[in-house]
Write a protein that binds this ligand. Structure first.
Ligand code: CA
Length: 226
């Protein structure tokens, strides 16, 4: 899911920077606008895949920006607001916002909302065949193959393998895996990643094939050649 472009419209430098850093860390490309007018120009000239929009902006306020963005496209819009009352939320939703985040928020919370919005707008994404060595993964059917051998995956195994295959040769920390595969609200046992990596290894190397998912002790895991 990474590589999508996100436009952040936020006048407070501190928050804009915090949001920008978090998004870049997750692999998104980011444009920042400090006011609504600039944001609308960027959105028009270089349409983003998602907009994070502050409510209280100098000049054009977030609500007006939201209406104008919505008039021009279906881009998912996440509004940031310090106003946490129901009436304001309804007003924002009427203006075309898809979701809300009330300040102050954590970076995990922000990423979870962003991912959720991308998931909701996902039907437009085309199935792909991801390849790594002799391992292939069909994102349409959710089936994997090691060479010609078909591998059936459970939903979580699929998500984990997809994460690895979209980030080959990159060490994925336990935190990142947790966050991407289980979501920010997961409160279960902490060895769940180990358990699923074990399942995945049994399925992808069960026929004495070479190891693909390697442990990086104390850090996480990486999909790489031997
Ligand atoms: Ca503001």
């Amino acid at each position: 899911m990474s590589g999508e472009r996100i436009l952040v419209i936020e006048d407070e430098a501190r928050i804009a920077q915090f949001v920008e850093r978090g998004l870049i860390y997750e692999g998104y490309r980011v444009n920042v606008a400090r006011d609504g007018q600039t944001g609308l120009v960027i959105a028009r000239d270089n349409p983003p895949d998602l907009v994070i929009l502050d409510w209280m902006l100098p000049g054009l306020d977030g609500l007006e920006v939201c209406k104008r963005l919505r008039a021009a496209s279906d881009v998912p819009i996440l509004m940031l607001t310090a106003k946490d009352d129901v009436k304001d939320r309804v007003t924002g939703l009427d203006a075309g916002a898809d979701d809300y985040l009330v300040k102050p928020f954590s970076v995990d919370e922000l990423m979870a909302r962003v991912r959720a919005l991308f998931r909701r707008s996902a039907p437009t994404s085309r199935p792909e065949i991801l390849r790594f060595g002799d391992l292939t993964l069909d994102t349409g059917t959710h089936r994997a193959f090691r060479g010609d051998r078909a591998i059936d995956l459970t939903a979580k195994e699929y998500e984990l393998l997809e994460l690895f295959m979209r980030n080959p040769r990159q060490v994925l920390t336990r935190d990142v895996i947790f966050d991407r595969v289980w979501g920010y609200d997961f409160g279960g046992e902490s060895n769940i990643i180990e358990v699923y990596v074990r399942y995945l290894r049994q399925k992808t190397e069960g026929e004495s094939e070479t190891r693909l998912v390697h442990t990086v002790r104390g850090v996480g895991y990486v999909l790489r050649e031997e």
